[in-house]
Ligand binder design. Structure first.
Ligand code: HEC
Ligand code: HEC
Length: 165
């Protein structure tokens, strides 16, 4: 009888702690996790550190400033970071860590980094070759980019989404 009472009491205390932390928004208990966005990675800090690292060399070609540039050769080093943030991360709805191990930016260990190089080649082919031969378009220079397909998702949709109710 005594034991049962103790267990009852303990679970009541536990429930109280959990609900208090939940209401107060204690991050150790009520953590909201966004997929692909690890809580311990600070993108702004990483970008600031990289900007500091390339200071004074922003206009030099990327391949002279960074260590493993294959597809962005000739692009000013300063622009590479913008492409990483706006071009790649945001259009796929991911953080740098989807393609990189932080502080090992030159490493090719992560599969999506390799896929990205192929995607860049594919986008080039669509823009420079395939789209150019489509007749009757409204734009003079019709273009696609990562956002055209990905729209903030790793896997582009192939169907219209059901209307939100
Ligand atoms: C969707 C994949 C993807 C995402 C997301 C991404 N990168 Fe990259 N990153 C690449 C690829 C691919 C290269 C290599 C480009 C090349 O070959 O020219 C690269 C190269 C780099 C390099 C050059 C490394 C070197 O020394 O060669 C840095 C620095 C870098 N990324 C930083 C970042 C940062 C910071 C973020 C987040 C804001 C980020 N990347 C997000 C794919 C990605
Ligand atoms: C014409 C449409 C299209 C464009 C434009 C496009 N992608 Fe993709 N991308 C896809 C499709 C389709 C997949 C395959 C998704 C799947 O796994 O089924 C994909 C997959 C990927 C993946 C693999 C994701 C993962 O983690 O498995 C990466 C990374 C990627 N794309 C990056 C890019 C980047 C960066 C750009 C811009 C340079 C880009 N894509 C432009 C259609 C596109």
């Amino acid at each position: 009888m005594k034991n049962r009472l103790r267990i009852l009491l303990m679970s009541a205390v536990f429930a109280a702690i959990v609900s208090v932390s939940f209401i107060s928004g204690d991050p150790s208990v009520a953590q909201t996790k966004t997929p692909n966005l690890p809580a311990d990675f600070d993108k702004a800090a990483a970008l600031a550190e990289l900007r500091e690292m390339i200071k004074g060399k922003e206009q030099e070609p990327a391949e002279k400033v960074f260590r493993n540039i294959q597809t962005l050769k000739g692009v000013p080093a300063g622009r590479v970071l913008g492409i990483m943030d706006f071009g790649y991360s945001r259009s796929l709805g991911v953080d740098c860590t989807h393609c990189h191990i932080p502080d090992k930016w030159e490493s090719d260990e992560k599969r999506p980094k390799g896929v990205t190089r192929e995607m860049v080649a594919m986008v080039g082919k669509i823009n420079n070759d395939l789209l150019k031969s489509v007749k009757g378009l409204a734009s003079e220079k019709p273009t696609v980019n990562c956002t055209t397909c990905h729209r903030g998702e790793v896997k582009p949709a192939t169907n219209m989404q059901a209307p939100k109710s």
